[in-house]
Design a binder for this molecule. Structure first.
Ligand code: LIP
Length: 266
């Protein structure tokens, strides 16, 4: 399988979907928003974007299954699997806010093979493939060299699952605030993790996160020289939901801070 060539094709598919998102945003109205769960929204834009992406990827690699946020396609243990978030940052999108993006990863069983994240708001495409490096619009990406937590520029997302997460979120901010260079929350995990790969953030962490949110960008962090694990340091994270992505230098210290904040066994 020529991963470089496949990545080029997937970039085209992601950018087509991103342009669709941006076009629909022009006339979007809140009346078309549905609630999947408390604080978890979806609209026809997410669903239509997923339909377009699934159709294009099916034509590209018919033998692959799908894990998608809106569940319009299935994975039946095929040799390859696409992991798709057709609109990451939905809450930002429905409020005409940024960022939002399209995220597409290809997995083979437990391995991430390629990842593409397209941001139509800044017209930036982040992409990479296993062993081939990570790029943003043709420029090679490298994680930052910040080694001290007191200088770290972190992104800590607050997931929908506020009921389970609330106490932990408070502990996390308590453990981090005032001890790091800065904390941001973006509302798009896929882009926040791409920014770690690009050296724009030094680390990212989130609990209760979907595979479709982080899979593509996690590979880019690895290819850019960073580290991705679950909250407990587990390297086999791709089925997990509590994930940390860093420049590698800050990983252990951030992981320890986070584990102090999370109830054991979370
Ligand atoms: C979102 C993530 C974000 C997280 C939200 C939500 P969606 O994905 O990108 O980081 O905090 O809870 O999961 O739902 O917009 O695709």
């Amino acid at each position: 399988m020529d991963l470089a060539q496949l990545t080029t094709e997937v970039r085209r598919i992601a950018m087509d979907a991103g342009r669709f998102l941006k076009e629909e945003r022009k006339n979007f109205c809140l009346e078309s928003v549905e609630k999947k769960h408390a604080h978890d929204y979806v609209s026809y834009v997410d669903k239509e974007s997923e339909k377009q992406i699934v159709a294009a990827l099916s034509a590209l690699l018919p033998e692959a299954g799908f894990i998608t946020e809106e569940g319009s396609a299935t994975y039946r243990d095929e040799p390859y699997c696409w992991v798709v978030d057709p609109l990451d940052g939905t809450t930002n999108f429905i409020h005409d806010n940024a960022p939002y993006c399209v995220s597409i990863a290809l997995r083979s069983k437990e391995e991430l093979l390629l990842g593409v994240v397209y941001d139509p708001c800044r017209n930036e495409c982040f992409y990479g493939w296993q062993g081939g490096g990570a790029y943003v619009d043709g420029r090679r990406m490298q994680v930052s060299a910040v080694g001290q937590m007191e200088d770290a520029f972190l992104v800590v997302e607050l997931p929908y699952n506020s009921q389970q997460y609330a106490r932990t979120g408070e502990h996390l901010i308590h453990n981090l605030y005032g001890k790091v260079g800065g904390i941001r929350m973006t509302g798009s995990a896929a882009l926040a993790i791409c920014y770690v790969a690009a050296g724009r953030f030094d680390a990212w962490a989130e609990a209760f996160i979907g595979k479709w949110d982080y899979s593509a960008a996690a590979l880019l962090v690895q290819e850019a020289g960073g580290k991705v694990t679950d909250f407990y340091g587990g390297e086999n994270f791709i089925e997990g939901h509590h994930i940390i992505a860093t420049n590698g230098l800050l990983h252990q210290e951030l992981q320890e801070l986070i584990c102090q904040a999370y109830p054991l066994g979370m």
